[in-house]
Each structure stands twice: as C-alpha cells, then as structure tokens.
Design a protein around this ligand. Structure first.
Ligand code: SF4
Ligand code: SF4
Length: 334
C-alpha cells in the first residue's frame, strides 16, 4: 500500500465516522425537539419522532431480539431498536467488529479523546500487560450478566410483559433525560471515563463495553480477516505498534481475535506494499482501499433500509401516547 492509499484509508474512516456521528447528533436534537413539544403541552409536535433514536436502547433491543426469536413476531413498540441491533449483528458476522471502529459514536469520541490526550501529554499510555488481560475480561463478564438475565432467564411472558409496559415505551425519553438532566453520579462517572480515555486508548471500548464484547464474539465467524503475506513482511512491527487493540499483528498469519475492530490502522501503517490486507478467506487478489469501508456502510444502510421497507421502523406509539405517558415518568421504575 502506497502513501496515497494510507492517507485515503485514514480519510475514508474519518469521513465515515464523523458523518455517522453528525447523523446521530441530528437524531438526538430532533428527538429532543419532539419531547420538548410534548413537555411544553403543544397540541402537535414541532418535528416528528426520529425512530433512529432507538439505536441507543441496546438492552431493550436484546429483549426485543429474544421476543422475536421466541414468538416469531417483531414487537411494535420501538421496532427500530431491533432493526439496528440485527443490522449491527450481521455487520459483525460478515465484516468483523467494524461497527465499533467505523460507526459507533462512542468509539469515535474515544478516539478523539485519545488523540487529544496524546497532544496534551505528548505520549501514549498503555495499561500494564498483567492488568490489561483481566481488565479486558470485564466487558465479557458484563455481557454474560446481560445474556443470563435476558436471553436465558426471561420467559416469553416476561419478555412480552417488559415490551408491553410503559417503562419500555418511554425508555427513549428516560435515555434523553440521562443526557439532558444528568445526576451528580452520572457526571462523575462520565468525567472519570473521559479522563481515562485521555490517558488510555479506547478505555471504554477495550475494557467495559458489553455491546462490543458481543460483536467481537459474533465477529469470530466473519470471512473478512486481516491477513499477512509472510514473504513480503520485514518484521518491522509497525502494525502491532499502531493497533488500537494492542494485537500482535506482526506475529499472526491472520488476525482472528475478537478484539480486532477492523479499523485497518495496521494496514495503513504497514510500509510494505500489499503485505497486510483485510480480505475474505475466499479472495486472494488485492482489493482496493475503499472496498472494506464500502462493505461496512452497505451492510448497515441495507439493514436499516430493509427494516424501513418491511414496515418495522416506525414505533406504534403516537404523539398522544407520549403525552399520556411522560407525566408518569417519575413513577416508572421497571
Ligand atoms: S488488527 Fe488491524 S484492523 Fe484489527 S484492530 Fe488492530 S489495527 Fe485494527
Ligand atoms: S508493518 Fe507490515 S512489514 Fe512490518 S511487521 Fe507488520 S506486516 Fe510485517
């Protein structure tokens, strides 16, 4: 890969990440205006409710996912949560944990925080290896808890009970208030995580995100993997030094780790031409730099488009439902 391609790869990823981040911020602002209409007593909303906001409800999406598996039906309250969740699962199944490094707004902000940290402190920090491995296990432990409580313990009746309840109906409003009306505890926790992200690359993603843990495990089946051409490799280790997941890329023929996010940083940093590549196992020729990013974007947009055209995007809740339910919010605990 030549210098021009390296720059293209970094630029393509930044463009994709920031377009998605701005789209998500736009959704957040639109939803805020919608809820403001309800809370100010307006007879009609200033803007319609954007279903994409349900992408911020991964626990509900997991519940909806099991309900779908058990009953064969898609629950009509917040179906976009399920559509986005399934689209991201399929992305991981086919194109590694690429949601984390190409689309997730938390991942993008973590990268920004880390770059800012490097500028402030003039260096990168790495958690000691003896501590890094057990810390990485934390996100799998959190995932295990969610899997046990939702996928294993909840019966079909319990799932329906949760998805029919007012708590799930207004969970999007609760999530909005989480950001707009933060408690002291929330502010302290977010401040600690931001500080740790300034020091340590992708602290949240690497150690604590159960969603990323799930996608990593699903990505083990992905046909795309980072592949190293042993004959051209000089062993310079630039790939491993640049990998945000601290993987020993220089020592692998193929990178199969669930920690690989498909960010292609290693490919961009390798000084040798066509030695590292993100290839499916059935394709031996070099692929153009835009190919993997195009696959990632296509998989996500196709998943969402399929949800829209199949009628599983708009929630069944009306403006009147929000007017009725929002005053009940302080009393809804589960
Ligand atoms: S191995 Fe390469 S693609 Fe995977 S996380 Fe590391 S730098 Fe990114
Ligand atoms: S950066 Fe390229 S040449 Fe250097 S060790 Fe990694 S794969 Fe080999």
């Amino acid at each position: 890969m030549n210098l021009r391609s390296v720059k293209s790869l970094s630029t393509i990823r930044s463009i994709v990440q920031f377009c998605f981040l701005f789209w998500v911020v736009g959704i957040g602002i639109r939803f805020g205006l919608f809820i403001n209409s309800v809370e100010s007593g307006a007879a009609v909303p200033l803007v319609s409710r954007p279903p994409g906001v349900e992408g911020f409800l991964p626990i509900g999406a997991l519940t909806s996912f099991k309900y779908w598996l058990v009953t064969g039906k898609i629950h009509p309250v917040h179906p976009a949560a399920l559509v986005i969740f399934v689209a991201i699962l399929i992305m991981s199944l086919l194109a590694r944990k690429s949601f984390c490094s190409w689309l997730c707004p938390v991942g993008t902000l973590s990268e920004v925080a880390h770059k800012l940290g490097s500028k402030i402190f003039g260096r990168n920090f790495r958690v000691w290896r003896w501590l890094d491995i057990p810390l990485r296990g934390l996100k799998y432990l959190l995932l295990l808890l969610f899997m046990k409580f939702i996928l294993l313990d909840m019966s079909a009746d319990a799932l329906a009970g949760f998805l029919d309840a007012p708590y799930w109906a207004v969970s999007d409003v609760k999530m909005l208030h989480f950001f707009t009306d933060m408690s002291v505890t929330t502010i302290v926790v977010l401040a600690i995580l931001t500080l740790l992200s300034l020091f340590y690359k992708m602290f949240w993603c690497r150690y604590l995100c159960p969603y990323g843990a799930l996608l990593g495990l699903v990505s083990l089946a992905s046909p795309f993997k980072i592949r190293r051409d042993l004959t051209g490799c000089t062993g310079c280790q630039s790939c491993s030094a640049a990998c945000p997941s601290a993987l020993s890329v220089h020592a692998c023929n193929t990178v199969s780790s669930p920690e690989c996010t498909g960010c292609l940083t290693c490919v961009a940093r390798c000084p040798e031409q066509n030695v590292l590549s993100m290839q499916p196992f059935f394709w031996k020729k070099p692929l153009p730099v835009w190919f993997f990013p195009a696959v990632v974007v296509l998989l996500f947009t196709s998943g969402v488009a399929l949800g829209m055209v199949s009628g599983h995007w708009q929630s069944s809740l009306s403006y009147a439902d929000y007017q009725r339910l929002i005053p009940l919010l302080p009393n809804l605990t589960h």
